[in-house]
Ligand binder design. Structure first.
Ligand code: G3I
Length: 472
């Protein structure tokens, strides 16, 4: 099938001085420990927030379509592993890839991607079970009853193989026509089984892996138009009649002929209001520079503004491997350099740019919007016989904050010999310390700071309990 655009198939004030002052006060083992913490803090800032981590801070995933044959390329694998926390096999789970011959299943390429993702704790979107394209010719040759059997068998075999490993399946892909008719697209499934093939596919899918989210996925449905209205009416009907459907995927392949619609967010929202999750499943935007960056930023902001928009997947990693490489539609250039579009996405996700792309204040000029919030993440940064240093990273949410507060509860027998980059007040038990900022209370949206403390273990090396972060 030929596919084209209309048919795409905180600022961190250096803590060095404060660390040095407290390190001198601590002395001995404490001095060694504190030095270690400084090094870690510097590294983290230089690297910036990865896209996946920034999205996770917003309760979303940020994924990429992945091709198994590129996983051996170090730049590709490193970028995938560093930046993304979800994957979609670009072609490896399609019908022609897994069941080219009837009832002979070959999962080897798809398995490579799923194993890789699992080893990195990434979500996997399954793409796709029933689609008119990349469909082996034997399927099209079947008579209706046999086709029904083959479709349900395909869904059952593939979903059983990956049961428990897939976050969401594109159960049916691109079943509606372009243009104003709102009609279903001609395909062996539509032509021989009629409209009911879609709900039959979803019902079968639910029975095989009840834990997987079941999505309908399409393109040119990104704004309110005849095609998206037709999909909307189908989803509404499914919800009314109890046909299992959990999510709708909006592919979001954009370029100048098919720009980001002005009602993109409103369209996502109206679907979400039907009681399904919405996901941006195949995002790519042709172009370059600031225009491309602005479009990418707007797409991310639209998703974040819709509570049930659970994640975004870009359709590839470097431009050179895009299905439309000449349009340079992705976030990384051919050498895995971060494009302006990357920086815009990260900023929209509330992440902090690192190194050379940082405008100089870690994104601190953006006051952000919305409710003040923060997260607290604990890590042991150094351990030794008898004790350890703990570090808590505080990260502001999508709005700037001027203060934060976190409670740290020491374990039985534990005492602390020093706290840095935070002001401490103890409760009456002497076990719970409430830490508030020293100099580091003001954080731009998405920016981070950290405080640390040294614990004498007294036989208990367990991590202290760290409460949720309270922002002000
Ligand atoms: O792997 C073979 C190779 O062995 C052979 O020599 C070569 C010759 O044509 O073809 C290679 O396969 C190609 C495959 O991509 C892997 O590169 C297919 O021809 C080509 O058709 C296929 O294109 C894929 C396209 O779906 C097929 O419809 C694109 O990679 C993939 O990005 C694209 O993805 C679709 C989504 O699944 C659904 N939504 C639209 C989206 C973009 O078209």
């Amino acid at each position: 099938m030929s596919i084209n655009v209309s048919d795409p198939g905180g600022r961190h004030r250096s803590p060095l001085r404060a660390f040095a002052r407290r390190a001198l006060a601590l002395g001995g083992a404490g001095l060694v420990s504190v030095t270690g913490v400084v090094a870690l803090s510097g590294t983290a800032q230089a690297a910036g927030t990865p896209l996946g981590a920034a999205a996770a801070g917003q309760g979303r995933y940020f994924g990429a379509a992945v091709a198994a044959n590129h996983l051996g390329e170090s730049g590709y694998a490193t970028t995938l592993d560093t930046e993304f926390n979800a994957v979609t096999p670009e072609n490896e789970m399609k019908w022609d890839a897994v069941e080219g011959t009837r009832n002979t299943f070959n999962f080897s390429n798809a398995d490579q991607i799923v194993s890789h993702a699992q080893s990195k704790n990434m979500k996997v979107r399954g793409h796709t079970l029933v689609w008119h394209s990349q469909l082996p010719s034997w399927v099209g040759g079947l008579a209706a009853a046999d086709l029904r059997t083959a479709m349900n068998n395909h869904i059952t075999q593939v979903m059983t193989h990956y049961k428990g490993k897939i976050y969401a399946w594109d159960v049916v892909n691109e079943a509606f026509q372009d243009g104003g008719s709102g009609a279903r697209r001609s395909s062996p499934f539509q032509d021989k089984l009629g409209n009911g093939f879609i709900e039959e596919a979803f019902t079968t899918a639910r029975s095989v892996d009840p834990a997987a989210k079941l999505c309908y996925n399409d393109y040119n449905t990104d704004g309110v138009n005849a095609k998206s209205n037709a999909v909307y009416n189908m989803v509404k009907d499914f919800k009314t009649r109890g046909v299992p459907i959990d999510c709708v995927g909006f592919q979001s392949h954009f370029n100048s002929n098919s720009p980001v619609p002005s009602d993109y967010q409103a369209n996502l929202q109206r679907f979400a209001d039907l009681g399904v999750d919405v996901q941006i499943t195949e995002l790519d935007i042709e172009g370059s520079g600031s225009a491309q960056a602005t479009n990418y930023g707007n797409v991310v902001k639209a998703c974040l503004a819709v509570t049930r928009c659970t994640g975004i997947t870009v359709w590839g990693i470097p431009d050179k491997y895009s299905w439309r490489a000449s349009g340079t539609p992705l976030l990384f250039d051919d050498n895995y350099g971060k494009k302006a579009a990357y920086t815009a996405v990260l900023a929209a996700l509330g992440g902090t740019s690192g190194g050379g792309t940082d405008p100089g204040n870690g994104g601190g000029t953006d006051p952000g919007t919305g409710t003040k919030s923060c997260t607290a993440t604990y890590a042991a940064t150094q351990t030794w016989q008898g004790g350890f240093n703990g570090q808590v990273t505080i990260k502001a949410g999508s709005a700037a904050i001027t203060g934060w507060s976190v409670k740290v509860t020491l374990g039985a027998g534990q005492t602390t010999t020093g706290v840095w980059n935070g002001t401490t007040s103890w409760d009456s038990t002497g076990k719970v310390m409430t830490i508030t900022p020293s100099y580091n209370g003001a954080l731009a949206a998405g920016a981070s700071t950290s405080f640390g403390f040294t614990v004498q273990a007294n036989g208990n090396a367990a991590a202290p309990a760290v409460s949720a972060c309270t922002a002000s």
